[in-house]
Each structure stands twice: as structure tokens, then as C-alpha cells.
Design a protein around this ligand. Structure first.
Ligand SMILES: O=C(O)C1=C[C@@H](OP(=O)(O)O)[C@@H](O)[C@H](O)C1
Ligand SMILES: C=C(OP(=O)(O)O)C(=O)O
Length: 446
């Protein structure tokens, strides 16, 4: 799963984007659909599963722990679960590739099962902080030995019975919340997570959908999620909506490339994920929601995005959790806006697949954008709709979102932007390049 041979990609302007795209299944929901199906008693079916490397890492690990997981067709998967408490001892280490979500959520599952699992990952994942999940899972009784600084490789020795806890999230992280709730599934009594700041709520929604006893209360301290353990999960038919984090690239590309008019179909618009839509609208983007509906228990719509003159804004820090993965491409939108955009309160970006604040500051500066870097964000002076200079090579740093964001920037640059390695794009959006070619063929490059 690690990309041994770099795949350079030269992105030149191609003119307006037009047509419609269907974005792949939501990555967060896909991971959870596989995990909960693997713990249900009987056979679940999943439609619209994201077949990116991150999700395939989750599937491979669950298979190694006893679940039967089969692909029936494009995005259509069948999972025969082992039941809560039924995970088997995996042989050898579980390779999580580039995926933080796979690692942290599966650590939660293992923590309350009678198995021991070693987690490994690529060079990017091996730098990411795991103490944020090690701490609560150790409080529940799991024995976890990590590499220095709470990094991978690490070993989780699960415990039965685990101890229920009430855990207040010290950092706004859906992965930490989910790790504790998933550990709570096989823990006697009630496990609680208090989140002072709301984060994506797919775990709570899907746990309830599988029949777990989950309650969510709004308290003066934040959202309190409680799960009763030793649950029996009932198999489900799941339809995964399109990923707003993938739609983000087309939202920005169509907004900044003059003449563009794109319909992005089937985009998940759960309010815990829709921050970019709000931010782009504040900047003056022309995005219309069409055919609002519910898919798999999640709000979904088609988005028609037309080119618009964007203006710089102060991005409300309160939006950060609902657009955390979208900042790199928001920075690209800011690079083309009229005036200054200030984005603060996004320090979590420093511990993603790369340090996304530093990575985007370096890449956009090299492309001729004027900006300044802060500990928790960037201030960007926009081009007022003019193409940026480009004509440089940027490092994607094993980070799919950096690679895709700079590809979007390359669509409105005076000279091509070369991405040193486009391989990481396959972690979340394997069809990204083909989709771009469909919206704006490379042959008519300027
Ligand atoms: O729970 C999830 O599926 C995710 C949560 C977020 O991470 P954090 O929990 O670290 O904020 C996000 O960045 C990641 O892409 C997916
Ligand atoms: C941060 C991301 O994913 P993960 O944490 O699962 O690696 C992402 O997809 O942008």
C-alpha cells in the first residue's frame, strides 16, 4: 500500500470545467460501515463503499480478525460479521497504510476484545500522534505499547471485560470519540464521551442504525454520547452517500476556473461535514443545492457549482471541525479570491497525513501566492481571480489532499504545476484524475 515509485503529475490549465460528476462514497462512513457490519451477527450489504486504499486497509484488517468481506460489484460489498466480542486473534501485524481513521477506530475495537494486535503504517502514518487514543483506551484497561512519542508501530492487548469510562475529548476529534465508543460496544455498562465541540457524528448515527443502545444529549458542557455495551448488532443494508470531502475539490475548481458549470451529484451534507459549503458561500461562491434527499440516514443533495468571483474572508474558527479536511483546498480558493483570507483555529491540520499548514504554505508560496503562516492557520492574499504563477514542482508528502488541492490550483495557473507524487490520491479518491479528464479534457490544455 505504500507508494514505492513516485507518480509525478503535470497539471496545466485546461479551460472551463463542465458536466456532471458523481463523487465516491464517503470515507468516514465507509470505514464505519465495514467495522459495524463486521461486528453484527449475520450478513450486511453495503452499496456505494469507497474503494480507496484507506478503506481497503480497514477491510483487510477486519478479515484478518475473522469477518468475511466480499466485493460483489463496483461499490457493492457483502460482510458476514463475527458478533460483538467475536473478533479473532490476527496473525502478524495489521498494515494500516496511510489511514489514521482505520488505525484509531480499530484500536478501539481491539481494546475491548480478547485479542492482541500490532498496528503498522507508512512513513506518514508512523509520524501521527496516537496518545490521543492510547490514553482513553488504557483507562478502559487495554495494555498498549507504542513506539516513542505514542507513534506506530504499536501493540494493543485488549482486555475482557473492559472498564466503562466517561471521557471528555481533550481535542475535537471524531476518531478519538469513535475509538472510545467502539471500545464501549464490548464493555459492560455504559461508556460515555463528552465532546465540548461537535465533530462528525457518523459513528453515533450508524451505531444506532445497527441497533446499539446509543443516546446523545446536548448538555451545557457539550454533546454527551452514551453507549450501552455488550450490544448485539443487527446486520444492515447500508447505502453510503458521496463524500463531501471529495466533492470539495470540484466545488473549488468550478468556482475558480472561469466559465465553469459543474453538477456534483449525491453529496453528503451532514451539518458536521458541511463547513466548506458555508465558507465558500461566504466568499461569494455560486453553489445551488438541488434535489435534497436522505441517503442511508444522511442528508444528501446535488450541488450545481458555477464560476464566481470569490472574495477573501475571515474563516470562522467555529467551522473548523466541520471542514477540517477541506482546509487545503479552501486555501486554494483563497489564493484566487479578491483580497485577504484569514483562517485560524485549525491547528489540528498539523497532525494530518502531513503538516497541512506548512505543506500548503510551502506549495502555494512556490506557486507565487503571497501568504503568511500561523501556528493555527494561514493568511492568504488572493489574486483577484487572475491565474497564479505556477511553474513549479510541489511535494505531496504522502498526503492525498495536498496532491488534489495543488491539482486544482494548477487548473488556473499561468504555467503547469507538477505534483511530485500523485500516488497518495488513491487513498481516498482513486478516480480523481479520470473525473478531472471528464470535466475538462487535458487535450485542450492552454
Ligand atoms: O472520524 C473520521 O472518519 C475522521 C475524522 C477526522 O480526523 P480527527 O478525528 O483526527 O479530527 C478527519 O480528519 C478524518 O479524515 C476522518
Ligand atoms: C485526515 C484524513 O484521514 P485519516 O486521518 O483517516 O488518515 C483525511 O482523509 O484527510
Amino acid at each position: 500500500m505504500s507508494h514505492v515509485t513516485p507518480q509525478p503529475w503535470h497539471v496545466s490549465p485546461r479551460g472551463a470545467l463542465s458536466g456532471s460528476v458523481r463523487v465516491p462514497g464517503d470515507k468516514s462512513i465507509s470505514h464505519r460501515a465495514l467495522m459495524l457490519s463486521a461486528l453484527a451477527v449475520g450478513e450486511s450489504r453495503i452499496d456505494g463503499l469507497l474503494e480507496g486504499e484507506d478503506v481497503l486497509a480497514t477491510a483487510a484488517a477486519l478479515r484478518r480478525m475473522g469477518a468475511t468481506i466480499e466485493r460483489e460489484g463496483e461499490g457493492r460489498w457483502r460482510v458476514h460479521g463475527v458478533g460483538v466480542g467475536g473478533l479473532l486473534q490476527p496473525e502478524g501485524a495489521l498494515d494500516m497504510g496511510n489511514s489514521g481513521t482505520s488505525t484509531r477506530l480499530l484500536m478501539g475495537l481491539v481494546a475491548s476484545h480478547g485479542v492482541t494486535a500490532t498496528f503498522t503504517g507508512d512513513a506518514s502514518l508512523s509520524k501521527r500522534p496516537m496518545n490521543r487514543v492510547i490514553d482513553p483506551l488504557a483507562q478502559m484497561g487495554a495494555d498498549i505499547t507504542s513506539s516513542p512519542g505514542g507513534r506506530l508501530p504499536l501493540m494493543v492487548r485488549g482486555i475482557v471485560p473492559a472498564v466503562p469510562i466517561r471521557y471528555t475529548l481533550p481535542v475535537a476529534s471524531a476518531q478519538v470519540k469513535s475509538a472510545v465508543l467502539l471500545a464501549g460496544l464490548n464493555t459492560p455498562g455504559i461508556t460515555q464521551v463528552l465532546e465540548p465541540v461537535s465533530t462528525r457524528d457518523h459513528s453515533e448515527r450508524m451505531l444506532a442504525g445497527f441497533g446499539a443502545d446509543v443516546t446523545v444529549e446536548e448538555t451545557s458542557e457539550g454533546r454527551l454520547i452514551s453507549i450501552r455495551g455488550e450490544a448485539e448488532l443487527k446486520p444492515q443494508q447500508i447505502v453510503v452517500p458521496g463524500d463531501p470531502s471529495s466533492a470539495a475539490f470540484w466545488m473549488v475548481a468550478a468556482s475558480v476556473v472561469p466559465g465553469s458549470d459543474v453538477l456534483i451529484e449525491n453529496v453528503g451534507l451532514n451539518s458536521t461535514r458541511a463547513g466548506l459549503l458555508q465558507a465558500l458561500r461566504m466568499m461569494g461562491a455560486d453553489i445551488a443545492e438541488q434535489d435534497a434527499r436522505t441517503v442511508g440516514g444522511e442528508p444528501v443533495a446535488d450541488l450545481r457549482v458555477r464560476h464566481a468571483a470569490l472574495v477573501g474572508i475571515e474563516v470562522p474558527p467555529a467551522l473548523a471541525p466541520s471542514m477540517i479536511d477541506e482546509y487545503p483546498v479552501l486555501f486554494v480558493a483563497a489564493a484566487f479570491a479578491q483580497g485577504r483570507t484569514v483562517a485560524r483555529g485549525a491547528e489540528e491540520l498539523r497532525v494530518k497525513e502531513s503538516d497541512r499548514i506548512a505543506a500548503m504554505a510551502t506549495a502555494l508560496s512556490a506557486c507565487g501566492v503571497t501568504l503568511s503562516e500561523h501556528e493555527d492557520g494561514l493568511t492568504i492574499e488572493g489574486s483577484g481571480g487572475e491565474p497564479i504563477a505556477g511553474g513549479t514542482t510541489i511535494a505531496s508528502l504522502l498526503d492525498h489532499r495536498i496532491a488534489m488541492s495543488l491539482a486544482v490550483a494548477g487548473l488556473h495557473a499561468r504555467r503547469a504545476i507538477t505534483i511530485d507524487d500523485a500516488g497518495p490520491i488513491a487513498t481516498s479518491y482513486p478516480t480523481f484524475r479520470a473525473t478531472l479528464d471528464g470535466l475538462a479534457p487535458a487535450e485542450i490544455a492552454a
